[in-house]
Design a protein. Structure first.
Length: 346
């Protein structure tokens, strides 16, 4: 199966609610390139799982269009595989039988070729020695590996993963995400991954789509969205992960209104490209805007990206009439700038 691309146009879905209806998905227009890893991120209840189920045909839409390309002879359902947070393995079947389940569920009789293929997939996910084990004998990470092998049995062109790593510890999460990247590369399969964790996005995705309240509020390359988050929810999700947030003893003192003697507080976001230029020095000499550094952090992006590092720097300065020009200068030179508010230093 070749990798599939998927486009949705203005998907809407609502559910009955009291006398009326409640919107779950509103005008969802999503673009997923073939062979990409797209992360679908948002807070709990945003509509991510519902959208995945609609893409897979497990749930119906009220209006809009879903188009998957290239169209194939076989049923669309078979070209799209799905993995959930709950491992959904049969407890009384062995690992090998679980991997072959997709074949037997279709009513196809298992052949030696199927078994061989299942064994090869188990080798790929590092579980050759567990073929005859039962799910209860496996760790959470190992069960998720079985689920991945099973999903690959029918050579899907699109793999949908719903909170695949949410129940796993950080180390196992990194291992499973590495496996997904390998599967994406070796099998050329397009992956859509639902998560509420920006660290997962940074680790594995090349494109990200942010959902809130049934809407897509932001969509773009991971690096662009991380550097220039447009929506408040995106900023919250970024801040919730390590390095995103300002220490509370400072953020608690930042005010929206400018008091006399107040300094303005900015958050600067550097990429590899902008971090090698003397931008802060240039701003000081050209615009007479001198920054005090409040806090800083460095972050790492997955090796799918051209830029590997990016950093946050929180600074304050006495506002002057050139501040706006200084901010323009910085954004022109690839630095993301967010004005957080005002602070009075005692
Ligand atoms: N079948 C359903 N009937 C009623 N409400 C539903 C149904 N499915 C989902 N919802 C509601 O739709 C919203 C989105 O749910 P979901 O897609 O599970 O969000 P997420 O996966 O982003 O946490 C939630 O408020 C949820 O309660
Ligand atoms: Mg969900």
């Amino acid at each position: 199966m070749q990798p599939l691309s998927i486009t949705t146009t203005k998907l809407c879905k609502s559910v009955p609610y009291g006398d009326g209806a409640r919107a779950i998905l509103s005008d969802v227009s999503l673009n997923v390139r073939a062979s990409s890893i797209t992360a679908l991120i948002g807070r709990s209840g945003a509509g991510k799982s519902t959208l995945l189920r609609c893409l897979n045909g497990l749930d119906t839409i009220d209006s809009g269009e879903i188009s998957i390309a290239p169209k194939s002879e076989t049923q669309q359902r078979l070209d799209v595989a799905m993995i959930f947070q709950a491992y959904t393995l049969l407890s009384r079947s062995t690992v090998l039988q679980n991997v072959c389940l997709t074949i037997t569920l279709q009513g196809t009789t298992l052949t030696d070729a199927h078994t061989q293929k299942a064994m090869q997939l188990l080798a790929e996910v590092g579980l050759s020695d567990k073929a005859n084990a039962y799910p209860s004998e496996l760790s959470g990470g190992q069960r998720q590996r079985v689920a991945i092998a099973r999903a690959l049995m029918l050579d899907p062109g699109l793999l949908l993963c719903d909170e695949l790593t949410s129940a796993l510890d950080p180390k196992t999460t990194v291992e499973i995400l590495a496996l997904l990247k390998r599967v994406n590369k070796d099998h050329g399969v397009t992956i859509i991954l639902v998560t509420h964790d920006m660290d997962v996005v940074k680790e594995v995705a090349d494109t990200v789509c942010v959902m809130d309240n049934g809407y897509i509020v932001e969509q773009g390359s991971v690096i662009d969205v991380l550097i220039k988050p447009k929506h408040a929810v995106t900023r919250q999700l970024i801040d919730a992960t390590t390095g995103g947030a300002l220490p509370a003893f400072i953020s608690d003192r930042i005010q929206a209104n400018q008091a006399p003697n107040a300094d303005v507080v900015l958050k600067l976001i550097f990429t590899e490209e902008s971090s090698t230029k003397p931008i802060i020095a240039a701003v000081a000499t050209t615009f007479n805007v001198c920054f005090s550094i409040i806090a800083g952090s460095l972050d790492n992006l997955s090796d799918q990206h051209a830029n590997h590092m990016f950093g946050h720097l929180w600074v304050s300065c006495t506002p002057n009439d050139k501040l706006e020009a200084a901010i323009h200068y910085m954004t022109d030179h690839g630095v993301g700038v967010e004005t957080l508010g005002y602070i009075v230093w005692e």
